[in-house]
Design a protein around this ligand. Structure first.
Ligand code: NAD
Ligand code: UDX
Length: 463
């Protein structure tokens, strides 16, 4: 079979960029991305490409090329499902906030809704592709729901997890290290795998497209994120030891990263990892292990999260301690709110938790981020439910200009590694701050020596 019409359910950080690149690379395939969120779809359709709902370098050019040609964004979910031969499920799978597995398990409510909707409207055979990150064995649930349509339609379920990282999504999609496709090992299953392989083969060398059974593919996604996050927690745990011993974590990273068995990536000490995936996927892995009674395995991976929480708390404590043990009514400036540079995504950003600790001590925060809106920052704080929305609004000011954000401030904390922070006129910033002027560089991106020469007291992670 040949894939000709794709419907993707979920127009978020994964569905949007992934489908844009598939449409760009495969002009012969019609791709329709659907979502329940009308505002989001309207933003994807906005004639001004500056208004796309997510910020990703290079994305607007891809959308510009394909949108209206063979790429469409729509809220007509049932129509798009009905017409498609292949349906990607790219909906969110956040950590459950209620009931059994609360705080650990992935909430599969939206996945099940998709499966039921597909079952309801399908009248022709279809390939269903799990693009969302899912617990191992979810495909059997989806299969079960689809089996009971009663109208003789055949479904093949594939697992095709997405490995893009935000901020580099377009490049990651154009030149992935690998694409993973898992499916049934039956004749029909293999045909479905082959059909999807042929889509990716249009721009990705065949040897980079790996095929496996369904369960290996589902589990590989959780495993990949667990390994990546584990590297960050490992290096962050040792950053604390460096601070006590005059070792320097960036030197340690370089020293170990040159060992080809270890490799240089994901060894940057930081204020802690954020993003919508790492924490959620590890918690999910922990939950799955517990479900199978694998207590030691669950505890092993749980430690990655504990170190991350510790790192965020430690950073906030370092600020408080160095500001003479009180930040009450002191203005502290945050440079960066996003969980990493080149994205407007703030989910699980370390900035939110560091801010919450400081607000608990009654600090006044002034925040500047080049891509995150004030509305988003306040929503992130309100979501924690630590204090009222009104209090958050009173304690936090959001600035459009970084120099204004730093004026009359006691301390600056760098929470995101945006490149522009390196090029600021730091003398100008210093002159307008209260003295002694402190900088807490949570990303180790600033030139410590130069800042100290100006007169700043500089604190970085792991040195
Ligand atoms: P997201 O929240 O940005 O987007 C999900 C979208 O799905 C939302 O716009 C929501 O309105 C829509 N949706 C939910 N239920 C729906 C339904 N029944 N019908 C139609 N639309 C529906 O999430 P995301 O970041 O794109 O993540 C999606 C999945 O991909 C998750 O499982 C995530 O773990 C995984 N993933 C994310 C990343 C990443 O970097 N964000 C990377 C790899 C994998
Ligand atoms: C991650 C995975 O990398 C990606 O493959 C998967 O598909 C989704 O989850 P993402 O969360 O978008 O991607 O960004 P990533 O680059 O992995 O960074 C995650 C967090 O770790 C960020 O907060 C980042 O700042 C932090 N990080 C990363 C470090 O603190 N140090 C590092 O060395 C690397």
């Amino acid at each position: 079979m040949e894939i000709k019409k794709i419907c993707c359910i979920g127009a978020g950080y994964v569905g949007g960029p992934t489908m844009s690149v598939i449409a760009q690379q495969c002009p012969h395939i019609q791709v329709t991305v659907v979502d329940l969120n009308q505002e989001r779809i309207a933003a994807w359709n906005d004639s001004n490409l500056e208004n796309l709902p997510i910020y990703e370098p290079g994305l607007s050019d891809v959308v510009k090329e394909a949108r209206g040609r063979n790429l469409f964004f729509s809220t007509e979910i049932e129509k798009a499902i009905h017409e498609a031969d292949t349906i990607f499920i790219s909906v969110n799978t956040p950590t459950k906030t209620y009931g059994k597995g609360k705080g650990l398990a992935a909430d599969l409510k939206w996945i099940e809704l998709c499966a039921r909707q597909i079952a309801k409207v399908s009248t022709t055979d279809k390939i269903i592709v799990e693009k969302s990150t899912l617990p191992v064995r979810t495909a059997s649930t989806i299969k079960d729901i689809l089996k009971h349509t009663g109208n003789g339609v055949n479904f093949q379920i594939l697992s095709n997890p997405e490995f893009l990282a935000e901020g580099t999504a377009v490049q990651d999609l154009l030149k992935p290290d690998r694409v993973l496709i898992g499916g049934d090992q039956s004749e029909k299953g293999k045909e479905a795998i082959q059909a999807l392989v042929e889509v990716y083969e249009r721009w990705i060398p065949r040897e980079r497209v790996l095929t496996t059974n369904l369960w290996s593919s589902e589990l590989s996604k959780l495993t990949a994120n667990a390994f990546l996050a584990q590297r960050v927690s490992s290096i962050n745990s040792l950053s604390e030891l460096c601070e006590r011993t005059e070792a320097d974590i960036s030197e340690v990273s370089r020293a170990i990263g040159t060992d080809s068995r270890i490799g240089p990536k994901f060894l940057k000490a930081s204020v802690g990892f954020g993003g919508s995936c790492f924490q959620k996927d590890i918690l999910n892995l922990v939950y799955i292990c517990r479900t199978y009674g694998l207590t030691e395995v669950a505890e092993y991976w749980e430690q990655v999260i504990k170190i991350n929480d510790h790192q965020k708390r430690r950073f906030a404590t370092q600020i408080i301690t160095n500001l003479y043990n009180t930040v009450n009514a002191k203005k502290i400036t945050f440079l960066g709110w996003a969980f990493k540079k080149d994205t407007n995504d703030t989910r699980e950003s370390a900035a939110i938790y560091v801010a919450d600790h400081l607000l608990f001590e009654k600090a006044k925060l002034s925040v500047y981020d080049p891509k995150v809106t004030e509305q988003q920052m306040l929503a992130d704080l309100d979501y924690l439910n630590t204090r009222s929305a009104q209090e958050n609004q009173e304690l936090v000011t959001v600035e459009q200009d970084p120099y204004e954000a730093c004026e009359d401030s006691h301390a600056i904390a760098v929470l995101t590694e945006w490149d522009e922070f390196k090029d600021y006129d730091w003398q100008r910033i210093y002159d307008k701050m209260l003295k002694p002027a402190h900088i807490f560089d949570g990303r180790n991106i600033l030139d410590k020596e130069q800042l100290e020469k100006i007169g700043f007291k500089v604190f970085s992670i792991g040195s």
